[in-house]
Design a protein. Structure first.
Length: 44
C-alpha cells in the first residue's frame, strides 16, 4: 500500500507535507496556511 501512495505523492511532495500539518507551528506574525479562506468557499 505504501508504494501505491508514493506513486501519487512523489510528483507533489510539497503538497503532501502540508496535508500532514507537519509545519503547524508558525513564527509570530506568519500566515496560518491551514486557515486560508480561499480554500473553503462560504456556505450560503
Amino acid at each position: 500500500m505504501n508504494e501505491e501512495v508514493e506513486v501519487f505523492v512523489k510528483p507533489h511532495t510539497e503538497q503532501y507535507t502540508w496535508i500532514l500539518k507537519l509545519l503547524k507551528t508558525r513564527k509570530p506574525g506568519e500566515i496560518e496556511p491551514y486557515k486560508r479562506k480561499e480554500l473553503f468557499p462560504k456556505k450560503r
